[in-house]
Write a protein that binds this ligand. Structure first.
Ligand code: HEM
Length: 450
């Protein structure tokens, strides 16, 4: 069946909901929103008029049906305008070269939270307890000053020092897994490893790591009716995160500087006087940045090997390929599906006229499948010549600060997996996150062979 229209509610009802969201009303019911914008997620991407294409619809990600939509846009309309959507009007940039251009021109395409920030659906001009300023949603110079505060945590020497600890933890997690019995890889491995890592970077007790997961998941599920009635309800949980970290932040200000992320924020002059909102914003940035991304690359890698048995065979024959395989897994998964910007001036991209104030979305997940820039981009190949050529970490001033840590975690977990198991079989259907921002896997049933 080809569906070119929403299957629920009227255009008026949808417009009324969008107006409330745009006005910053967080009491809009998630269920009402999902109903009003309901689509058939399996509709034919090539069977609709171009101007109806809306790749930001979360149902396309939840059902893993996004791929032909992005493919068509790359081919037929690489800088594409969607007028009506759940997130308001936006441009989609789907080709690798155009994504690079937007990402490296922050003087034209701003990340500022006050203009709408870096996710589609961001509310501009918010100035209340629900605004969450963070340095990924700033432009230079403020961005650069705050980014510099946490950068020392991710330099090569620090990562070398961390590696034995990560290896030990990875080993413990893997040794606790059942052999020959189905379990959810996401919860038992991907989530565990990244949560333990983050608790270490923040220097908080390991017992509290599940709180980090709750807060990370909450920030991704705010608009999902399965989790919360309204986004405001989700915020109540995030305020608990603020309470937790505010106390630690204040304590560490009074203690000598230490080498953990909270102490670093507490002791630098550009971050030692943050408002509660800004503290929460930056903490969430580090939690989501360090958690959801690496977690989904670990899970996505297991799935990719399962779906490409020839590549799994290559790995079994030659585990020395792991360092090359890791960036390929990150490219293949592209755990950050998009980053958005706001045009600061009228400009042109791919022959299209973008107006000052327009929202522009870089689909990293699409740049990573662009055959014009990456050889055989639609194939998962673990021994690529140039595997780090991908868009998954972004470019320019916001390029992921944790990229080498993420690669190291993935390398170590795969090295430890190869020492223990002859095969990870995916034995059930994967479930995907309902989000066009984090390209995530929530369930991956697997069975291990000794
Ligand atoms: C595979 C894993 C990861 C992926 C794919 C990923 C992806 C990204 C992307 C796409 C950006 C924005 C780039 C841009 O706008 O140009 C970003 C920024 C960021 N990432 Fe990551 N990330 C990963 C792991 C991590 C880890 C492990 C951490 C830290 C613990 C982290 C912390 C951050 C931070 C703090 C920023 C903001 C940088 C800035 O605005 O200057 N990320 N990441």
């Amino acid at each position: 069946m080809t569906v070119t229209q929403y299957v629920g509610s009227s255009d008026e009802a949808r417009k009324a909901l969008i107006d409330r969201m745009k006005g910053g009303d967080l009491t809009v019911s998630n269920k009402e929103m999902a109903e009003a914008f309901k689509i058939d997620p399996h509709y034919d991407a090539y069977g609709v008029p171009l101007d109806k294409m809306d790749p930001a619809h979360p149902a396309l990600f939840a059902n893993d049906t996004i791929w032909p939509h992005l493919e068509r846009l790359r081919k037929e309309d690489p800088v594409h305008f969607t007028e009506n959507s759940m997130v308001g009007p936006y441009w989609s940039v789907t080709r690798y070269e155009d994504i690079m251009y937007v990402d490296t021109h922050h003087e034209i395409f701003s990340s500022k939270a006050t203009l709408g920030g870096i996710t589609l659906g961001g509310i501009p001009d918010r100035d209340d307890e629900f605004s969450l300023p963070m340095f990924i949603m700033e432009d230079p110079p403020k961005h650069d000053l705050q980014r510099k505060v946490v950068t020392p945590m991710f330099v090569p020497k620090q990562l070398m020092d961390l590696e034995p600890l990560i290896r030990e933890r990875a080993g413990q997690i893997l040794d606790g897994l059942p052999i020959g019995e189905e379990f959810n890889w996401v919860r038992s491995v991907s989530v565990e490893l990244t949560a333990q890592m983050l608790a270490t970077l923040f220097d908080i007790p390991q017992e509290d790591r599940m709180k980090l997961i709750l807060w990370s998941d909450t920030s991704q599920n705010m608009g999902d009716p399965e989790y919360f009635e309204t986004p405001e309800e989700g915020f109540q949980i995030l305020f608990e995160c603020l309470g937790y970290f505010q106390q630690i932040y204040e304590e560490r200000k009074t203690q000598p500087a230490k080498f953990d992320l909270i102490s670093m924020l507490a002791h630098d002059e550009s971050t030692n006087n943050m408002s509660p909102q800004e503290l929460l914003g930056n903490i969430l940035l580090l939690i989501v940045g360090g958690n959801d991304t690496t977690r989904n690359s670990i899970s996505g890698g297991v799935l990719a090997l399962h779906e490409n048995p020839g590549e799994y065979e290559k790995l079994l024959q030659n585990p020395g390929l792991i360092p090359k395989m890791v960036p390929e897994m990150i490219r293949w998964q592209s755990p950050v599906a998009h980053m958005a910007r706001t045009a600061l001036q009228d400009t042109e991209l791919g022959g299209k006229k973008i107006k000052k104030g327009d929202r522009v979305c870089m689909w990293y997940i699409s740049g990573n499948r662009d055959n014009d820039s990456i050889d055989e981009a639609d194939k998962f190949i673990i021994d690529r010549v140039n595997p780090r050529q991908h868009t998954a970490f972004g470019y320019g001033v916001h390029r992921c600060v944790g990229n080498r840590l993420a690669e190291m975690q993935l390398r170590v977990i795969w090295e430890e997996i190869m020492k223990r198991f002859s095969k990870i079989e995916v034995t059930g259907e994967p479930k995907y996150l309902t989000s066009s921002f984090i390209h995530g896997i929530t369930d991956l049933p697997v069975t291990l062979k000794a």
